[in-house]
Design a protein around this ligand. Sequence first.
Ligand code: ATP
Length: 255
Amino acid sequence: MNAQTKSFLEVSNIEAIYGQAILAVRDVTLSVGAGQIVALLGANGAGKTTTLKAISNILGPERGKIVRGGVTWQAESIGKVSASKLVAKGIVQVLEGRRCFSQLTVEENILSGGFVQRPSGRDLARSLEQIYEWFPRLREKRKTKAGLTSGGEQQMVAIGRALMTKPRLVLLDEPSMGLAPIIVQEIFEIIRSLNQSAGVSFLIAEQNANLALRYADYGYILETGRVVASGTSAELLARDDVHEFYLGGSGPAAH
Ligand code: ATP
């Protein structure tokens, strides 16, 4: 990694707690280079969501906070920057569980992400058109209430809404959750093309390590709030211990 990519997103030795005492993340250090897809892997409760929320500064409502370490974005310390200001700086988070406005149409949901930068009507229409090019399924469903669409479509709406902010880095929490494998693959293919064609970087929290490492450049494995392994996707996929504990038991030779 050269010096320029190294200063994109840097998370350094963060420790995060909920309430006064629950230690959810202990000493996590990770980085995302410009143009990279990075996977944050680990089982339920390992600390993936907390790490993403710590980066985008939304632990507060859950009485959580970073008590040690720091986060920098393009060499600027962002530990005290609000989530909405981070959006203006190019970092947006897609929360776990999709969270669409179910009574609004697909199009209204997507548009709701677009007002942050106070665009003109024409810019808004252009951005919307771009989202439909990336997610053709959403164009077909544009007039349908989001609550009546499938889980996969709702995940696409959530990502599309985030993309309306024109981010440089998307923090994506568990995109595969509760979705059929074929849909998950479709979503990851779109992520890859967004990364390659629009240069959007992604930090993706995923329990499905096997899948995420097929698309990511680099991965970190978390266990009880600590990074226990990291490396390029190829390096992680080649490690016997990673296979045994995180990729379903069969060694690399079997893949
Ligand atoms: P999941 O896949 O279930 O979201 P995760 O890897 O994202 O898991 P976190 O949600 O970050 O893990 O949870 C890390 C630890 O922090 C867990 O022990 C969890 O019980 C605890 N935790 C998470 N959210 C809260 C909260 N709001 N209040 C107290 N403890 C919490």
